[in-house]
Write a protein that binds this ligand. Structure first.
Ligand SMILES: [Zn+2]
Length: 412
């Protein structure tokens, strides 16, 4: 390995800081939601930087941006890396931007020493990763990988009723290239972990093995409204008691399926709540995750059996509807091996880690060999204005990306 090639840490940090000025919030975060004027400014800045590096820019019909650097053999499929530039309303500087700008820094560093790789390299900026303005999330990569229809994506509306397609046209990112799968040699995404594990275990690099399986549910609990005074305890059909039992059950199931299980009730509504009425109807949501499809199925079974018991014991009608089911994702073995051996050669402490969140890489994994490089984020905090990554970790992540891209482009 040509481990003497180094990225320029200062330049990378400066680019991250400059990008973070676009949509800067008072608390030091970023609010740069998809296809707003601010998103346009960030895209323009990125393209300007790419043009300085003599990259060839293509924009597809979903507004995904590709910046290509020729290789020695341009018949080979490109080695691609990137992420997203849109953020949550109270987002941080690193979620997304780190992956895009690390890939840019790789190319700048190779240009500095005039190093041409065998296969061409491409940086990508995926449109609407966060999905907060135009749900669902990760739409640009979903359409590109053939999992979501272009027309459906262009018709997604924001809360004001503007469609994604209209907004793409307004900010002049409605590209001409078709948005569909094409041959990619490898796709790599560098990202902050958005969790506390790497920091806790003092590891610099997370070699992401895959993403968790997920199941989401909506639960309706029907009892009967009745007066809080005259109704004896043994005659009640209290929907909130049932809902409370389910919230505790969800937590219990998560704890039972360790390591790896995550179980959350994030929404609980009482229909027409009143202090002297026994609640007659409740609604709650459940989010189950586990790295193993099999274990998640077991969590699902346990949930359903126990809910039946709650329904019987408390005299309630409980309807449970599964609204999302995602299988566990495994990233490409060869790419994981490459990231691992590059990290070892560079002396960065590393470990295999599973992604708790969704990423564009999960979509691209369906059509190309894919891998992710995680770096720690301080206190595991993300989707928050105080999100922070340390300079030394940012350097390590980009350095691992550089040598992984070289290894893959040279087919080492
Ligand atoms: Zn992200």
């Amino acid at each position: 390995m040509k481990s003497n090639i180094k990225i320029n840490k200062q330049r990378l940090i400066e680019s991250i800081e400059e990008m973070a000025k676009i949509g800067k919030t008072p608390k030091g975060g970023v609010n740069r939601q998809a296809l707003t004027d601010l998103d346009k400014i960030s895209r323009d800045l990125f393209i300007n930087w790419c043009k300085k590096e003599k990259l060839q820019i293509t924009i597809d019909k979903m507004g995904n941006i590709f910046a290509r650097r020729s290789g020695k053999n341009n018949k080979l499929p490109p080695i691609m890396s990137g992420s997203h530039l849109d953020t949550q309303p109270t987002g941080g500087k690193y979620d997304g931007a780190l992956g895009v700008l690390s890939a840019l820094e790789v190319i700048r560093s190779l240009n500095d020493i005039n190093y041409i790789t065998e296969a061409p390299l491409e940086i990508v900026v995926w449109t609407n990763e966060e999905g907060c303005r135009f749900p669902p999330s990760m739409t640009g990569s979903a359409v590109f990988s053939g999992q979501y229809s272009l027309n459906k994506a262009l018709a997604i509306k924001d809360p004001e009723g503007n469609t994604l397609g209209k907004e793409l046209t307004r900010i002049k990112y409605d590209g001409k290239t078709s948005c569909k799968p094409r041959k990619i040699g490898a796709f790599l995404e560098t990202h902050i972990e958005q969790g506390p594990i790497l920091e806790m275990e003092k590891k610099t690099i997370g070699v992401v093995s895959g993403a968790q399986a997920q199941r989401w549910y909506e639960v309706n609990i029907k009892g009967m409204e009745a007066h809080a005074g005259p109704t004896p305890m043994n005659r009640r059909k209290d929907a909130l008691v049932g809902a409370s039992k389910i919230v505790l059950l969800v937590n219990e199931v998560g704890n039972k399926f360790q390591p790896g299980g995550c179980a959350t009730s994030g929404v609980l509504n009482i229909k027409s709540p009143s202090r002297n009425v026994i609640p007659g109807e409740c609604f709650l949501t459940i989010d189950f995750r586990h790295p193993s499809d099999f274990k998640l199925k077991k969590m699902d079974e346990k949930l359903r059996i126990e809910i039946k018991n709650i329904s019987k014991n408390y005299n309630l009608k409980i309807n449970i509807k599964q609204i999302l089911k995602l299988s566990a994702v495994s990233f490409d073995k060869k790419i994981r091996k490459t990231i691992k051996s590059v990290s070892t050669n560079l002396n960065f402490p590393h470990k295999e880690i599973i992604s708790g969140a969704g990423h564009d890489a999960v979509n691209i994994n369906k059509i190309a060999p894919t891998g992710m490089i995680f770096i720690p984020c301080v206190d595991g905090i993300s989707h928050n204005e105080i999100e922070k990554a340390l300079e030394k970790d940012i350097f390590s992540g980009a350095q691992v990306l550089l040598h992984s891209m070289i290894a893959l482009a040279e087919d080492l």
